[in-house]
Design a protein around this ligand. Structure first.
Ligand SMILES: [Cu+2]
Length: 107
C-alpha cells in the first residue's frame, strides 16, 4: 500500500505537467514532415501530435532523444517528448528515411 501511494505521488507531477504541455503538430505528407524544422521551448515537456496523411504507415523516431511511435496510414497519434536543453535534435520517419527527415530546434 505504501508502495502504491508512493508510486501515485510520483506520477502526479508528471500528469500535471502533461496536461500543461504545449502541443505541436507534425504532419507527414508524401513521406516528408511539415514543418521540417519544428521550434519548441527549452525545459518544457512537449506534446507532439503526429498526423500521417500518407497511405502507408510511418514510424516517428529519433536517435537524439527517446521517441519511437508508429502512425498508421491516414491516421494520427500523439506522444510526449522532452524536456530538452537548447539545441538541435534530428528526427526521422524510420520507414522512409530518404525523405522523412526533420529537425527539432529547441531554444
Ligand atoms: Cu524504428
Amino acid at each position: 500500500m505504501k508502495r502504491v501511494l508512493l508510486a501515485l505521488a510520483m506520477q502526479l507531477p508528471l500528469l500535471a505537467s502533461a496536461a500543461d504541455a504545449p502541443s505541436y503538430t507534425l504532419t507527414l505528407k508524401d513521406h516528408r514532415y511539415q514543418p521540417s524544422e519544428l521550434r519548441v521551448p527549452a525545459g518544457t515537456r512537449i506534446k507532439l501530435e503526429l498526423v500521417n496523411r500518407d497511405p502507408s504507415p510511418e514510424e516517428f523516431e529519433s536517435d537524439d532523444f527517446p521517441a519511437e511511435k508508429i502512425v498508421m496510414p491516414n491516421s494520427s497519434t500523439s506522444l510526449f517528448i522532452g524536456p530538452f536543453k537548447a539545441g538541435r535534435y534530428r528526427f526521422y520517419g524510420d520507414f522512409h528515411q530518404p525523405t522523412a527527415q526533420g529537425m527539432l530546434i529547441v531554444e
